[in-house]
Design a protein around this ligand. Sequence first.
Ligand SMILES: [Zn+2]
Length: 80
Amino acid sequence: MYKTKESKTNKRVEKGRSACTHVTKLMGDFLCGTLSEAQVAVMNDHLAKCSRCRKVLSVSRLALQSVAAVGLMKLLRSVQ
Ligand SMILES: [Zn+2]
């Protein structure tokens, strides 16, 4: 009985995680604006109900901005 309950719980967690993994994989393209409308719809739908992925997205966005800023600084230095 205990085992059955445990495996059910694990299954639910795995299902949630795989949705998160899918969304996380799309995030790079989402931030670059290269996703299709259908993929953006999937992302927004998931982000609306998953605070974890919203956090990942905001961190990814910050990381992307800082990488872009570092790249810009390097570019400006190389010009000078
Ligand atoms: Zn998620």
